[in-house]
Design a protein around this ligand. Structure first.
Ligand code: GDP
Length: 187
């Protein structure tokens, strides 16, 4: 039999119950503190990585043409670490959401139809100065103007169907990675 400590309307009637509740609260507080410290480390890690991460797509023309393996080889040969990768098939609406900045451009319909016309491979890539490094490796938007040795020069057929996508800024890299990957899918 426990000792009665609180009366009235309280649900805690005995010392044992009070200790039990108190222990539960202390444990909860500890868990909260631990999760906060994990959050801080996760934030620190993320801050370190931001400048070194970019987002890429191997577009439907390159997937259809069987170029995924060769392009991934170029990416790893270029010193990038693949932090996230998956094969997806965008719906028209998802392609429109992703390319929303281009919605006023005359080629928006053509672009989103192409991007939703077959599977593509989405990538989170890591390297020092990743955004610029990946755009340099991709080459100019129009493959006719792309430098020798770039992916678009080798694999792209036209300005519309140009094999790969790459973020154009660190800020967009973060937004685009978050559009396609959850934190758990980045290794
Ligand atoms: P990127 O950053 O090099 O991909 O080029 P942009 O941001 O300017 O354009 C985004 C994408 O829109 C390009 O990669 C192309 O797939 C497409 N695009 C750009 N210009 C044209 C165009 O004149 N015609 C068509 N059909 N598509 C275009």
């Amino acid at each position: 039999m426990g000792v009665k400590v609180v009366g009235g309307g309280s649900r805690i009637k005995t010392i044992e119950e009070a200790i039990h509740v108190l222990n539960g609260l202390l444990e909860k507080q500890e868990r909260f503190k631990r999760s906060k410290s994990n959050d801080i480390h996760a934030e620190e890690n993320m801050a370190e990585q931001v400048g070194n991460l970019t987002f890429g797509i191997i577009k439907p023309d390159a997937v259809r043409g069987g170029k995924v393996g060769s392009i991934l080889q170029r990416i790893t040969d270029g010193g990038f670490k693949i932090r996230g990768m998956k094969l997806i098939h965008l719906s028209k609406r998802e392609a429109e959401g992703f390319y929303a900045v281009h919605r006023e451009r005359p080629f928006f319909g053509e672009l989103t139809k192409f991007m939703s016309g077959g599977p593509c491979v989405v990538l989170a890539l890591e390297k020092a100065g990743a955004v610029k490094a990946w755009r340099d490796l991709m080459g100019a938007t129009d493959p006719a103007k792309a430098d020798e040795g770039t992916i678009r020069k080798e694999f792209a057929a036209s300005i519309g169907e140009n094999a790969v996508h790459g973020s154009d800024s660190e800020e967009n890299a973060q937004i685009e990675i978050a559009y396609f990957f959850s934190q758990l899918e980045l290794v």
